[in-house]
Design a protein around this ligand. Sequence first.
Ligand code: COA
Length: 98
Amino acid sequence: MGMASGVPDEGAENVELISMWVNSAARGQGVGDHLIQAVERWAVESGAMTLRLSVMPDNRKATALYERHGFTDTGEPGDLLPDGMGRERVMAKSLAAV
Ligand SMILES: CC(C)(COP(=O)(O)OP(=O)(O)OC[C@H]1O[C@@H](n2cnc3c(N)ncnc32)[C@H](O)[C@@H]1OP(=O)(O)O)[C@@H](O)C(=O)NCCC(=O)NCCS
């Protein structure tokens, strides 16, 4: 139905949420919510302080989902896009109060 991964950085202070994907037939039913919550729960249990992710700047569905879960723009320059000009948007959420 869908997948997401959590990857700890060195020292495990940050966890990166990557490979977030929901089968098109299952979208709009909260699967994305469950995936984020599962990775977030695991990150908290692992002792991480921050959950981070990168998203394409034009991916409004994904960005709305992340904002709904409390992620905000870090302002950091993300990876360069194939056009050589734009960059991915880097978002993060503190896990301190979770
Ligand atoms: C982005 C993505 C992961 C979102 O997954 P999703 O399971 O559809 O996400 P959710 O169901 O939690 O939320 C999506 C929408 O469904 C709505 N929704 C959630 N539960 C719902 C329900 N029970 N009934 C109706 N709508 C619901 C949400 O309000 C949201 O609506 P909005 O976008 O208009 O605000 C999915 O669209 C996807 O796989 N896209 C392609 C890959 C991609 O872009 N991945 C992200 C890379 S950074």
